[in-house]
Design a protein around this ligand. Structure first.
Ligand SMILES: C[S@@+](CC[C@H](N)C(=O)[O-])C[C@H]1O[C@@H](n2cnc3c(N)ncnc32)[C@H](O)[C@@H]1O
Length: 218
């Protein structure tokens, strides 16, 4: 999955992954992140998700990173935020009203950009990446986070042979394999969700499970 793929998706507004409401698992399991007011939550591969706004409403500062400038410009405009673009940690960045939004490649993000961050929310990141990139994603995230960091991770599982990703099928077992050496992994919920994902049914998917995991950095 190269960068051009995602640039094209945003240019053509082919963003079926974008939800207009905050994710219900984020709202339901937010307490598991054990955040203090004023702490910072990192949202990798953030798109223009309303989850960013919801996290701010809980009193957290938010750091996002997203490849597409269109996504971040849309986010700022749709949320009536006036942001000024500068360069931080070697990357274009817009800081406004408690949001720090990096426009660039997650894999180029350095520890400087995330200094002090111990909370992560991932919905739609891991499932956006093909297998070999998922391995790099897990290793890079682990390298960026100190011991005790907590991450809420939302993923999908379906028979990968029924359609090509993204979203890719990323099972609980795979996540345990990817992150298990560096994180404790706990299942919070797992549900059949095919009934509410017409797009995946239309693609021939016959079984779709969504689940949330809590990961705690060792
Ligand atoms: C499936 S979408 C999920 C977006 C968001 N998390 C949400 O829930 O709506 C994946 C996003 O990751 C972005 N992306 C893909 N690869 C990336 C990378 N290497 N670095 C930063 N962003 C990336 C894409 O442009 C896309 O907006």
């Amino acid at each position: 999955m190269d960068k051009e793929f995602w640039f094209r998706r945003w240019q053509k507004n082919e963003i079926g992954f974008h939800k207009t409401e905050p994710h219900h698992y984020l709202q339901r399991f937010f307490a598991a992140l054990q955040t203090q007011s004023g702490a910072t939550c990192f949202v990798p591969l953030c798109g223009k998700s309303p989850d960013l706004v919801w996290l701010r409403e809980q009193g957290l500062k938010v750091i996002g990173i997203e490849l597409s400038h269109i996504a971040l410009d849309d986010f700022l405009r749709e949320n009536c935020l006036a942001g000024k673009w500068t360069t931080q940690a070697g990357m274009p960045c817009c800081c406004t009203e408690g949001y720090t939004l990096f426009c660039g490649d997650f894999f180029a993000l350095t520890g400087t950009a995330l200094a002090g961050v111990r909370t992560v929310y991932d919905r739609g990141s891991l499932v956006a990446l093909p297998p070999e990139m998922r391995t790099r994603y897990a290793a890079h995230l682990a390298a960026l986070l100190p011991s005790g960091s907590r991450m809420l991770l939302v993923s999908y599982e379906y028979p990968q042979s029924e359609t090509a990703g993204p979203p890719f099928s990323v099972s609980q077992q795979e996540i345990e394999r990817l992150f298990g050496d560096e994180f404790q992994v706990e299942l919070l919920v797992k549900e059949d969700v095919l009934w509410s994902h017409q797009g995946m049914s239309d693609r021939g998917v016959t079984q779709l499970t969504e689940f949330a995991l809590l990961l705690v950095r060792r």
